[in-house]
Design a protein around this ligand. Sequence first.
Ligand code: GLY
Ligand code: MN
Ligand code: MN
Length: 445
Amino acid sequence: MLRAAICLLIVLLAAPLPAIERERLDVYRQRREALAAAHPDGVIVLLGYGEKESQSARSSFRQENNFYYLTGWNEPGAVLLLVPARAGHSDDAEQVGNDYREVLFLPRDNPSDERWNGPRAAPEDDGIAALSGVGEVRGAPELDSVVAAAARHRPRVYTLFPYQESHSLQPEVDRRERVQAVAGGLPLSNIRSQIERMRGIKSASEVRLIQKAVDASAAAHREAWTRVRPGAFEYELMAVMLQAITARGCLRPAYPLIIGSGPNSTALHYSTNTRRLAKGELVLIDVGGEYAHYAADITRTVPVDGRFTARQREIYNLVLDVQKKLIARLKPGMTLHGGGPNDLTEMAKKYFDELGRERAGQPMGEYFVHGVGHHVGLEVHDPADLSRPLEPGMVVTIEPGLYLPEENLGVRIEDMLLITPDGSRLLSRALPKDAAKIEHLMKIR
Ligand code: GLY
Ligand code: MN
Ligand code: MN
């Protein structure tokens, strides 16, 4: 008994553990099976990022999001092959090869690469199939022959084409040529929208990871509030927030930090963060960390002096009012954008016009210049059709704002919410937004 326990301990200590928290391996497997089952007429070939393809030279390796969603695999140079089951072919002379099959191809063991980058998994490692959770693991050089054999009865190769130009996301390198080389003469089809549709509905474990990103980010906002004062530089707040998210396990921010004081509060994605905060201004802080590849996206706007002026409070409370009204209406069936009677962006404009006219003497809708929210997940702006009606399991922001450049005054309040069967759950509730509560927390150091 004791010997068995010691053996188990040795095995556990010796097993290479993934550096980043992941979902359970069977969650990734279910996604792969569902995707394959929906594409029985072809094989699916997805290229993970290579060392140099990952985001930028300034960031550590980060896997391509769709590849990560299906595998949880965060090492460079991997390729995933999914071979859907072929139903109704059991009478074929050749009976092998009709079952669902999945193969992860990994670069071969490379000691000199490991000297530079640290240990990497290789196809010849003991226990590699269990570590990856993928049925079969093979060396990268076998890719062409395995794909050719698998595609014999499924003569089409599904893969990821780059984003459409119209998409607001960062442009991507076109890797179709590399896939075509593997596919030989077979036609390629784009599988992007099917994976992205799946990504729209978060699993319970994805929501838990997002919640960790949100909680770390909420703590960072609270810490920054205690450092806001006239004379401080925007980057001093940035330093405090980067420290706070990193100390909570976020390996990077989910997007460039936006810390805009005075006039900069009116520029939606200002992220230079070099200005000195001055008396009588607001500072808009839009900062979220990334935890285990999942993003948070939270904005608060606070007074540099620790107290809102009457005018600032008026605009602030108007934005807060509109945000609360929108959150009250958030539920399955509503849409973030795209027109129609359930469009929350249209509703936000209407609320600003109605409520703003009463209180500020002019229609305010024209100062609300962006969409009311977006999906969040592996990307801060998770790819999604914003006119798709909301469904339980989606995670979105609600972020109305008013930007008045002639007054150097911009206010945005941004929270993250999980859509539930009958409404929504506020994931960023740890971060207060009531004006008096913010003033109070700014004093506590
Ligand atoms: N942080 C970018 C956005 O709010 O959409
Ligand atoms: Mn946002
Ligand atoms: Mn934001």
